[in-house]
Design a protein around this ligand. Structure first.
Ligand code: AHM
Ligand code: MG
Length: 334
């Protein structure tokens, strides 16, 4: 009788949870705190994905009637997503401070100067939420920093350069729900299997294309961009570039991560320092893009990750994407 051969597993099934544990096991001194925080991001974003899918049915589209700290109207789902993240992260021992786009002040959860090593988590709970009413892609963006126990207060602990991030990621609630993560050694992508309720690893060590003739910017603002950006757009249009802009940073950056190109949000007359927030939009995206082989600048010679923040809600101009395409933009700005 023939002896059955051992089964071959061409491609092992790896969930986000098992991936996090595997990464943790590489660091013998790890306390497990970061893994618990990432697992909180996993469960929170599954809950937000579920609410997003049911938004029209539960009548939670539209505005909540309040304005956030940026003076922008909060969508009902912005508020729901923010609460989900605050409640989930609030239960994790390893979180010292959380800061959200939706809250003017950071929330101090645990601040024992002699306590365990803990982390700060900054997030935009539902970026691009004005796209929700039209079924457009929206996302959650997050950045994780070490809590500085010697810091005088929460702001002092939070105001660290992007280079200090220990992990960053986003979740895109699109035609599928994808979780893109870096813990500083490359970028991995997981897709939520809605039937199983788990994020499954689908791409490991993502490398973005070095070049692609595509730019992503709100060209309606073109006449109020600094001249260098206008010169770049003239050059790109004369050289056969395509324009792709959704108006949802997570969706636009996700496309660029896989297809290449450059995403920009320049200074405008309305937003002279740029519109996007440094600490929970630009920094996590810049870390992901650099980890995938791309570049991320705020201005010529100014890498986003090197900007010293002075305010947790500070805004910045953003130029990020394929290395060659970012170089083309920057070369027109000087
Ligand atoms: P939000 O955090 O209030 O949702 O705003 C951020 C969004 C980004 O997702 C997107 O890149 C940008 O605003 C779009 O702005 P505009 O409509 O000015 O092009
Ligand atoms: Mg946002």
């Amino acid at each position: 009788m023939a002896v059955p051969s051992a089964p071959t597993f061409a491609r092992p099934i790896v969930t986000l949870q098992s991936h996090i544990l595997e990464q943790e096991s590489r660091f013998p001194d790890a306390t497990g705190a970061l893994s618990w925080i990432l697992s909180a991001m996993s469960i929170s974003t599954k809950m937000i994905a579920a609410r997003t899918r049911r938004a029209r049915l539960e009548d939670v589209l539209g505005v909540a009637g309040a304005q956030n700290v940026q003076g922008e109207e909060q969508q009902k789902l912005d508020v729901i997503a923010n609460e989900i993240l605050l409640r989930t992260l609030g239960g994790r021992e390893g979180v010292a401070i959380v800061a959200s786009e939706e809250n003017e002040e950071p929330v101090i959860l645990r601040d024992d100067p002699n306590g365990e090593r803990r982390y700060c988590v900054l997030f935009d709970p539902l970026d691009g939420s004005s796209n929700l009413d039209v079924c457009g892609g929206v996302g959650t963006i997050f950045s994780i920093l070490r809590h500085d126990r010697r810091a005088r207060d929460a702001h002092d602990s939070l105001l660290q350069k992007g280079t200090q991030q220990v992990a960053a990621g986003y979740v895109l609630y699109g035609s599928s729900t994808v979780f893109v993560l870096t813990v500083g050694n490359g970028v991995d992508m997981f897709v939520l299997d809605p039937e199983v309720g788990a994020y499954m690893l689908v791409e490991h060590g993502i490398r973005m294309p070095a070049a692609s003739k595509s730019y992503s910017v709100n060209e309606g603002n073109r006449h109020s961009f600094p001249e260098g950006y206008q010169r770049y757009l003239d050059w790109a249009q004369g050289n056969g570039y395509s324009s792709r802009y959704i108006g949802s940073m997570v969706a636009d950056v996700h496309r660029i991560l896989f297809k290449g190109g450059v995403f920009m949000y320049p200074p405008t007359a309305k937003a002279p320092k740029g519109k996007l927030r440094l600490m929970y939009e630009a920094n996590p995206m810049a870390m992901l893009i650099e980890q995938a082989g791309g570049k991320a600048f705020a201005a010529p010679g100014q890498r986003i990750l090197d900007v010293q923040p002075e305010d947790i809600h500070q805004r910045t101009a953003v130029i990020l994407g394929s290395a060659d395409e970012v170089d083309h933009v920057v070369s027109h700005l000087t």
